[in-house]
Design a protein around this ligand. Structure first.
Ligand code: LMR
Length: 394
């Protein structure tokens, strides 16, 4: 039976991670996978996480099962962080999932249960694993224009034009903030226009929010999601705590289904619980519990927010340094977009051969589509990268 198996396409991000690990050159620079690194190249455990873990170790008395959706307190706390008071709690169904990817998968599953003929509109480009999961599930995808490769900003007219084709029963996948892989984001009036279009077409939005707090701030990064949540009749949200709580390996995500009809919430909640049961039964607890403890404790929360803000400002500073070094090295303003982009990533807009050249000649690793992880840089490596980019003729 196993001999019938076929090779599966390699995941570009994970493949690059391995190539980087195997590269013996000491000067190598990793701008690949979306993991935060500080100036020393470490991915630290956040202070509030350490403190909550210590407390949990002292207080936790059992490792017995919690529930199919995880602890409802986690759903409530994370829904509060993302949605503020945009939606009443009786309109929110949610289930803990193994990471943001688990949430993405469960949202797609739920949408397909609701509509077996589901079509999913995805931004061009989007996180490669969105496409991989959709393909694996056999769900038809329709790309909408998103990134203008010339200006390296959002091609908003193209996006609106393409989203006009969405119909009731279609899902429109949006990135809540810090668009992955481009770093180019919608402003609030563009979000409003997207909302108006969704209402006109009757399509259902799904928001993937995995980098809240990495862009313009915790509140600012949730503003688009909140606007959608209070305006449309139905919304799916896939959220991740991997990045903003730095708990990548703990796999803490949340799938949410929001409707304006509170009578529907019970069924949505049961559906998410059912889907968890079918796919992995009980979701992981550890990471979600730490998040809940932090969000429900004023002191821990304040410390977490302060550390997250330092992380955000650090990345912003690197962006500014990068834009200015590139300006110096190239004698032009054509890289100004790096300071305009937000979040962990920027898409440089370089051809794959040039990305390869950077890797082979300078040991600089970025994803083949020229996505670079800003957090993989530090003050010393920024000028090295800037020079390599200009030398490569990008
Ligand atoms: C990324 O885009 O690099 C991250 O979301 C990590 C991943 O799983 O791909």
């Amino acid at each position: 039976m196993f001999s019938n198996l076929k090779e599966q396409p390699a995941d570009k991000i994970l493949q690059l991670m391995k190539m980087y690990r195997d590269d013996p050159r000491p000067e190598k620079i990793d701008l690949g996978v979306g993991v935060y690194k500080n100036a020393e190249g470490k991915t630290p455990i956040m202070r509030a996480i350490k403190a909550a873990e210590k407390r949990l170790w002292e207080e936790e008395e059992t490792k017995s099962y919690v529930g199919l959706i995880g602890d409802p307190a986690y759903r409530d706390a994370l829904a509060g962080l993302i949605l503020g008071d945009a939606v009443a709690s009786e309109n929110i169904a949610g289930a803990a999932t193994p990471g943001g990817t688990g949430a993405v998968r469960q949202c797609f599953e739920m949408a397909r249960m609701a509509n077996p003929d589901l079509r999913v509109f995805v931004s061009n480009p989007t996180w490669p694993n969105h496409l991989s999961i959709l393909k694996f599930m056999g769900l038809p995808t329709i790309e909408y224009r998103y990134f203008d490769n010339e200006t390296r900003a959002v091609d908003f007219d193209g996006m609106m034009e393409d989203l006009k084709d969405a119909k009731p029963g279609d899902l429109v996948l949006l990135h809540g903030c810090c668009h992955n892989p481009t770093g180019a984001n919608l402003n609030l009036s563009q979000w409003q226009a997207v909302v108006d279009l969704l209402l006109k077409t009757g399509a259902t939005p799904m928001i993937d929010i995995a980098y809240q707090g990495f862009g313009d701030g915790l509140e600012e990064d949730a503003a688009g999601t909140r606007l959608v949540a209070k305006s449309v009749p139905e919304l799916l949200i896939a959220a991740s705590c991997s990045k903003n709580f730095g708990i990548y390996r703990e796999r803490a995500g949340l799938a949410m289904a929001i409707t304006q009809d509170a009578a529907q919430t019970g069924l949505n909640q049961d559906t998410l619980a059912y889907l968890n049961r079918q796919n992995y039964s009980f979701p992981p607890d550890h990471g979600t519990r730490l998040v809940t403890m932090i969000l429900n404790d004023a002191e821990l929360k304040a410390d977490w927010m302060a550390e997250l803000e330092d992380v955000r400002l650090g990345m912003l500073k690197l962006r500014e340094q990068m834009a200015s070094e590139l300006q110096k090295a190239s004698g032009s303003d054509r890289f100004g977009f790096i300071a305009q982009h937000r979040g962990m990533f920027s898409r440089l807009g370089a051809a794959p051969e040039l990305v390869q050249k950077l890797r082979e000649e300078h040991a600089i690793y970025m994803i083949g589509d020229s996505r670079m992880n800003i957090a993989g840089l530090n003050e010393t490596t920024v000028p090295i990268l800037a020079k390599a980019i200009v030398d490569a003729g990008i």
